[in-house]
Design a protein around this ligand. Structure first.
Ligand code: ATP
Length: 447
């Protein structure tokens, strides 16, 4: 039976399966190997409008589910305006049907919830009803200063339970306010990843997984990950540090190159919300993690946020619009900024153009790579501290490190590469696939 290696990321998730011929990264329904780490709870404004209109014209929900005859009778009594839209009405009736029994409700609930790629298509329309960056909330208390800092950038509402201080995410779902814990939400994401993996596995059920966790997760956060997996019926065979998974994925294909003489490799992983690094010693007998380091704030997201605040100020002055006051405009600006950031990884400057950002105003601007680096200077300054400490903790000199491997999608940011090259005094290697190494390592562990 296949064991899934799951890399749960704050931006995207990757699933890999160990097979006879090697490790395969699973493709989702959009034939992509990375699945957005998002959950959308649907367009409730439309649903509320439908419900209100139905109430106004005195249409009640059908008494028995599946009583198509009775539905048809009701349709005949409706005003002609509604008869023009039979499928629209059918959907509306089906939404009423959701309240019938718990099991029916749960079955249909899934139809109305969008996870992964499907949520990625919806977030543009309903940014306040789409949960993102869940990894930042898992296993934490609401009063945690990092949570307080993170939620300032979130577009969906997060609150704390008054008694327990547990985090509660409030969404509009099926016309009602619903509350979910981060673990329940992660359960939904893992369930979707399980489904994708099973589709790729010719429908054969997947019950076991090796789940990645950052090195800085504490016991409570690790426990929360296991709880979330159990919600969707996944048995976690092992929680694996992301840095160790990367080292395993690297080492397995180099086994024949290693001898009894130790080879030390530094791994630096720059993701969306955090940076992790480790020095690993490889011999023909196996691998040993010598030291680790991390910065929980340095990632691609820090660059996005810095540019977001910069452009909000610029557009306020230039176009007299307050982007931060409008969640949809904020989301659109953040998306455009992320694309611009990627362009800046390959070009010294990049444009940012958004039509009708808000109040029918089109915005245009340019940003250079130097300016982006200047805006994220604080975060960049934080990079070398953990890396330097990691080398000290490993009791090594820089010259003892044979190679420096860079992974994580945000590692493509030029200034990060340059800072690491200057420190290690050698060119950076990219032997591993930047986004897949963690999932591959986890799958290998489970094989
Ligand atoms: P984390 O490791 O924090 O949990 P993650 O694993 O989801 O996050 P990755 O998928 O490794 O993160 O990286 C996502 C980040 O990389 C995003 O901020 C994204 O904008 C950024 N990114 C992707 N491609 C590029 C690129 N070409 N240049 C710069 N940044 C990029």
């Amino acid at each position: 039976m296949s064991v899934a290696g799951i890399d749960f990321g704050s931006k995207s998730n990757v699933v890999a399966l160990a097979r006879r011929k090697g490790i395969d990264v699973v493709m989702n329904e959009e034939s992509k190997r990375e699945t957005p780490s998002l959950i959308n709870f649907g367009d409730n404004k439309n649903l509320m409008m439908i419900l209100m209109m139905m109430k106004m014209i005195g249409v009640n929900r059908p008494k028995q589910r599946g009583a198509r005859g009775s539905r048809r009778k009701k349709k005949k009594k409706l005003p002609s305006f509604f008869l023009l839209f039979p499928s629209f009405l059918e959907t509306t009736f089906r939404l009423f049907d959701h309240q019938q029994t718990d099991t029916e409700f749960r079955g249909k609930e899934e139809e109305q919830r969008f996870v992964g790629c499907a949520a990625g298509d919806k977030i543009n329309m309903q940014p306040t009803n789409t949960v993102a960056c869940l990894k930042r909330l898992i296993g934490k208390k609401f009063s945690d200063p990092t949570v307080q800092e993170d939620i300032k950038e979130f577009l969906y509402p997060v609150k704390g339970d008054k008694k327990t201080d547990n985090i509660i995410v409030t969404v509009e779902y099926m016309g009602k306010q619903r509350e979910f814990s981060p673990e329940q939400l992660l359960g939904m994401i893992l369930s979707d990843l399980k489904r994708i993996a099973e589709l790729d596995n010719e429908g054969i059920k997947i019950t076991d997984c090796v789940l990645s966790v950052p090195i800085f997760f504490d016991d409570v956060q690790r426990r929360a990950m296991i709880d979330a997996a159990s919600i969707c019926g996944l048995n976690v065979m092992r929680l694996m540090h992301e840095t160790t998974a990367t080292a395993l994925a690297y080492g397995i294909f180099k086994t024949q190159e290693f001898t009894e003489k130790p080879v030390r490799v530094a791994f630096v992983d720059i993701g969306h919300s955090a940076m992790q690094c480790s020095v690993v010693e490889f011999t023909s007998k196996g691998l040993k993690v010598l030291s680790t380091g991390y910065d929980t704030n340095l990632g691609g997201g820090a660059f996005d946020n810095a540019m977001f605040h910069h452009f909000c100020e610029e557009f306020k002055e230039k176009f007299k619009i307050d982007v931060k006051s409008n969640p949809r405009a904020s989301f659109r600006l953040k998306s455009a900024i992320e694309k611009t950031k990627k362009v800046l990884s390959a070009n010294p400057e990049a444009p940012i153009n958004i039509e009708c950002l808000m109040n029918d105003v089109d915005v245009r601007s340019m940003i250079t790579r130097d300016k982006m680096e200047e805006l994220a200077q604080n975060e960049l300054n934080g990079l070398m501290g953990p890396v330097r400490q990691m080398v000290v903790d490993a009791k090594l000199d820089i010259a003892d490190i044979a190679s420096v491997e860079l992974v994580g999608n945000a590692s493509r940011i030029q200034s990060i590469q340059k800072a690491l090259e200057d420190f290690f005094q050698k060119p950076i290697s990219r032997t591993l696939n930047a986004s897949e190494s963690v999932a591959r390592g986890c799958a290998l562990q489970g094989a």
